[in-house]
Design a protein around this ligand. Structure first.
Ligand code: ZN
Length: 189
């Protein structure tokens, strides 16, 4: 069966759901980013690209008209989306850590990068520049680096122990969603 297509409200082009973000409003008119695409009610879709998100920020009324509902004032759309993505990524890191799909520790990470096992690196916001440079030296060009909004302590807590400046995500079916959200942060951040 072909993948269902949705239309981006900003550029009017059709795309698979995976390439789009869904926006919905609560009954009270609070604009909400529906990353899982499962919240009830009318939704509108926008590409997970900076160009389309900024286009909708400029045309404030378009979302409200698309949702057929007045909206409460909110943060700029890009900020709302990034907040939702960062929350989702932290949950994804906890789940992937539990499933053994993450690599931590400078030396283990460098080796896993050399072997081409790592698709993305998530960094604590207080990761030392030297740490980041050291990892970049081992990273093939396709590996994305994303700085999270949490420090080493909270990243460590998500991993269940200690302080961690960086975590590598291995590409598997189990990390598909986490990698997509990291890529989106990279696009919009
Ligand atoms: Zn678009």
């Amino acid at each position: 069966m072909p993948e269902p297509l949705r239309t981006c409200l900003a550029c009017r082009e059709s795309a698979p759901r995976e390439d789009l973000l869904r926006l919905v409003a609560s009954p009270g008119g609070q604009l909400t980013v529906d990353l899982k695409g499962r919240l009830p009610g009318r939704g509108v879709w926008v590409h997970d690209s900076l160009a389309c998100v900024q286009e909708l920020e400029r045309r404030k009324g378009a979302i409200s008209r698309g949702l057929k509902q007045p909206l409460l004032p909110s943060e700029p759309l890009r900020v709302l989306i990034l907040d939702a993505l960062h929350r989702q990524v932290l949950d994804g890191i906890s789940l992937s850590a539990a499933a053994g799909r993450l690599v931590v520790g400078q030396e283990r990470l460098a080796k896993a990068l050399d072997r081409g096992e790592v698709a993305a690196i998530a960094l604590a916001k207080d990761a030392a520049p030297r740490t980041v440079e050291g990892l970049r030296e081992h990273a093939p060009p396709h590996v994305i680096f994303v700085t999270l909004e949490v420090g080493k302590d909270e990243l460590g807590a998500r991993l269940g122990r200690g302080l961690f400046a960086a975590v590598g995500v291995i590409r598997t079916d189990a990390t598909r969603s986490l990698l997509r959200q990291l890529r989106r942060i990279g696009n919009l951040g």
